[in-house]
Design a binder for this molecule. Structure first.
Ligand code: PMV
Length: 337
């Protein structure tokens, strides 16, 4: 009873921030993201790979990420919730688990390592337990580990429906456009490998309870999602990039309006913002967007990629990853132990 899976990262164009149900991880607003390829254009890995084994012969549970033992309580390890749900579904409560996971990009630097990690775990663990779950079911389960992870279960352009039901069964991710039909590219610039100071789980809770601007963000989300979708379908990239940048700025304005304020952007992030507006002065050919961290994702399309890469090459960074859209988390024939 052992299986391995690769989980991709994703970058949200309309971001999730704020839960209406803390335990089930039900969001206030729907969100829209692009699932990223597990390998960069020059073939560097950019994903989490996870092997999971369940057995009644194991004498204890163990969870290792990048060689380090992880805590086994829900408070400190969000993956434990996913394992609990799956064990219950498979009627395997007495079994112990062994999880080994390897992240090939900087953890907790706003590069969605929880999305890749939890999606890989959900797919590998459900297979190891002999469960045969649909993408929708897998995304409902991954969501309960880490919200944004539900969108890494599906590929291409994925919409996480906020849902209305109290049990969360209609809060899942759906692939709207497959990766093959998208010609967008994400240039991830690692300005710093430093871990973010405020984890998204705690940060969003403070935002919900203190920010007055937060409500207006929730109110515009659905409309924004449909505008972004039409600009992608019509290949109106000038419009798309404007919408993506405004949404990122709105997100960080709401963070600033949180009390005490949450500031993820650094002076270096601001340099990137100014640079992108300079590049776009005649017409938008790219957009920046920042998650809960200082590292920018520069979104562009294939026809502008070389030009944008060249124009941003004078910005100092520790690493640059160029990623096309990719598929959702999937099983692989490779074991970490
Ligand atoms: O990774 P989570 O589920 O704790 O949420 C993070 C949310 C953002 O990355 C900031 C935005 C998003 O929708 O991905």
């Amino acid at each position: 009873m052992k299986a391995s899976a690769i989980g991709p990262s994703n970058i949200a164009f309309v971001k999730y921030w704020g839960k209406r149900d803390e335990r089930l991880i039900l969001p206030f607003n729907s969100s829209l993201s692009m699932t990223l390829s597990p390998y960069t254009l020059d073939n560097k890995p950019f994903h989490t790979i996870t092997t999971v084994e369940f057995s009644s012969r194991l004498d204890r549970d163990s969870f290792i990420i990048n060689g380090l033992e992880q805590p086994l309580d829900k408070e400190h390890n969000e993956a434990i919730r996913v394992i609990e749900i799956l064990k219950e579904l498979a009627d395997a409560k007495e079994m112990h688990f062994r999880v080994e996971s390897f992240n090939s990009f900087p953890t907790a630097a706003g590069l969605a390592s929880s999305a890749s990690g939890i999606s890989a775990l959900t797919v590998a663990a459900s297979k190891a337990l002999g469960l045969n779950l649909s993408r929708k079911e897998l995304s409902v389960i991954a969501r309960q580990g880490s919200g944004s992870a539900c969108r890494s279960i599906t590929g291409g352009l994925s919409l996480w429906h906020k849902g209305e039901l109290d049990d969360g069964s209609d809060s899942y991710s759906e692939e709207l456009i497959s990766s093959n039909d998208l010609d967008l590219v994400d240039i991830v610039m690692v300005l710093s490998n430093e871990e973010k100071k405020i984890k998204s789980r705690a940060g969003m809770k403070t935002t919900v309870s203190t920010s007055r601007l937060f409500r207006s963000r929730v109110d515009i989300a659905e409309q924004l999602i449909s505008e972004i979708l039409s600009s992608i379908k019509n290949k109106d990239y000038h419009k798309l990039y404007e919408l993506i940048m405004k949404e990122s700025n709105n997100f960080h304005a709401v963070l600033m309006d949180t009390y005490p304020p949450i500031i993820y952007l650094s002076d270096r992030s601001k340099e990137v913002i100014y640079k992108v507006h300079e590049i776009n002065k005649d017409r938008n050919i790219c957009a920046y967007t920042f998650d809960a961290g200082q590292n920018p994702h520069i979104i562009t399309d294939e026809s502008n990629l070389d030009k944008v890469v060249k124009l941003i090459s004078d910005i100092e960074s520790d690493a640059v990853y160029i990623l096309k859209p990719g598929d959702g988390a999937h099983l692989v024939d490779k074991s970490l132990f």
